[in-house]
Design a protein around this ligand. Sequence first.
Ligand code: GLC
Length: 765
Amino acid sequence: MCNVEEKSDHRVIDLQGTLLGPLRLSVITPEIVRVQVGPTLSQHSYAVDGECSQDVDVDIEHDEALTSITTSALRIEVDSDGFIDMYKRDGTPVLCDYRGERSPLPRMTSAEQLALMEAEGHQAQKDTATSTREVVKQLHSDEHFYGLGDKTGFLDKRGYAYDNWNTDEGNQLESTTKLYKSIPFIIGLRSNVVYGIFFDNTYASHFDLGKESSEYFYYSAKCGPIDYYLIGGETMADVVRNYTFLTGRTPLPQKWTLGYQQSRWGYINESEVMTVAKTLRKFGIPCDAIHLDIDYMKGYRVFTTDPRRFPDLKKMANELKKRGIKVVVIIDPGVKMDPDYPVFTEGEKNHFFAMSPEGKTYINRVWPGESAFPDFGRAEVRDWWAHKQKFLTDNGVSGVWNDMNEPASFDGPLPADTVFYDEDRPSTIEQMHNVYGHNMARATYEGQKEQTGKRPFVISRAAYAGTQKYSTVWTGDNRSSWEHLRMSIPQLCNLGLSGFSFVGADIGGFLDDTTGELLSRWIEAAVFSPLFRNHSCVGTRLQEPWRFGEPTLSIYRKYVRLRYSFIDYLYDLFAKEEKTGLPVMRPLVMHYEKDEEVKNLNDEFLVGENLLVAPVLTPGTDHRLVYLPADNWFDFWTGERFEGGQYVVVKAGIDSLPLFVREGTILPLRVVTDSVDVSSENKITFKVWGDSATYLHYQDDGESFAYREGAFNTYQVKMRGRHAEVSLVHRGYAPLYERVDIEAGETTVSLTFDQQVQKYVRCPQ
Ligand code: GLC
């Protein structure tokens, strides 16, 4: 039998004497309940900042057999053994603990058989869970799973098992269980319920989503607390909103960061970079940033430049800025062990690096050779690193790309007892590994913000739940293969459902040589990826679009230009995202969760709610089957109208991207320029699809935090039949569009702002 302890806070319920030991349930909001099991109940979270609970009405009933906690949305029941079941308020079961025993997968192999298999060079399949703490839940036949960040494989994770241990993985296969990021959050969807589980444990963790059994699924961790959140909601969008309420949302980015970015590991000197910039302009390919990979540094020492190859980074950055192109540079965590290098000596003197248990700076090898690893779990180390960003901003750098921050290490993994701090408390890599990249991104974000006062632009390879507050992410070292092009869609969609809205995969593929056809299809598929960057590995075939001749160059130009016409739509989505957590790129299941056709639809996605993208993902293809969900849809290019709820075959030659707009949509389309220049925004077109539609368009200075004090404009565009109305529903940013065009079918109406009536009115004929 278990007892309920009276607490002064009515939202916190402590139960003693369950089979599992002490159990605490905390009601965070009517739709979020935190569950903590075990004797060490209090710990701080890297994902959830501070106190984010709301004042909630909670009813608690308790008798010998059952404790039940009811909010306006949920009921949680805990039986006398400590098993926990979650119901909707109306009694519909949502998620129940599994009462049976687990039955691990039989593999039927002997050591001898395994040795033979390995002798041939094959790797034996292993069950990767090494758990001491686990939570097992009932599984239903209609259950589907999403989330877990950018794990490989398909959109629906049911039937697979994954690990969370940030890993530098250059060979991303469908069977790969761990990658660069650990986002221990899943969404479960059944025909009548949807829920989320966030397992806030930074140690190595494991999720088995119905691989081991069709009766249950489970999540477990090697160590650390059992601390998870049960997240409810009426819709999948509600669950994402609730999860990002807990772990934070991507802040509105600077507008130029939505532009095209050109990168390569191997832009070896200033003249190469300038040539790339000039060639982009020569071929009419808009571009907002060029990335400098590790080659710009002096012997790969972070916060230095190579004096021969990049003699004056600031001057180069200024030259590029004149052409509308910003510089983004890579910064890795590994600090070269070199007694003549101030970053190392400063870190060593202040004991800022991770240590061996004997108290010596721990050394492993990365690009600069033997290197030390800043201990980012400590506030003073993060501050030190934040101040270091000044070197970059003083040199005209506009964005920082954090790489190798799992952390990667060439001489084997860091030993389990390497000392890393959890804030003020000495801990080990076991606990701090999965938040290493998170804390590095946070330091980078804070440093950039402090130095520039602008919205920081950080890109990170490693992440934990909540890193979205500080950084964008990319999917790491993919390959120039059709398989990886296809995989990028579920990867980016699941990142979005896991709270990460600003995401991208290397366009064209990082490893291996791409082909003109693959690059063409990749730029089409990626045209709405929030992070829009072509990046490739040293030694691979050069991957800028002009290296492939025609028609690749023209196709590439067409889609980069299309992207620029949609920058305002993407920016509008980010302005909404900051308030709701809803991602830019969304799997169809997010808005059509009752539709069986979309539960594991991997080759289409939505951008916002109203734009459906169905890229071609196989070679030699000039038609494809597109599933259009309920609602009516227009072909973006031809205007042809289709009824939803059916498959249609569409023509998709090498230069075509099948794109559909939901009936009743208004899209803001921007004048295409070489780069995203907010100061030249004096005209916009609102294109209307259908007879009746409303749209809110957001505008601000595109870089500062002034919008948080109201320095933005919101335009409301309304279309009813043939009548269009554009009004300002919020005016806080001085520049307004001089002209607004409303395009509906064949007709275009031009409006100008009338100061007297404070509205847009028809231009005099
Ligand atoms: C890692 C990164 C890659 C980068 C390379 C060199 O492999 O994932 O993007 O180009 O390191 O810095």
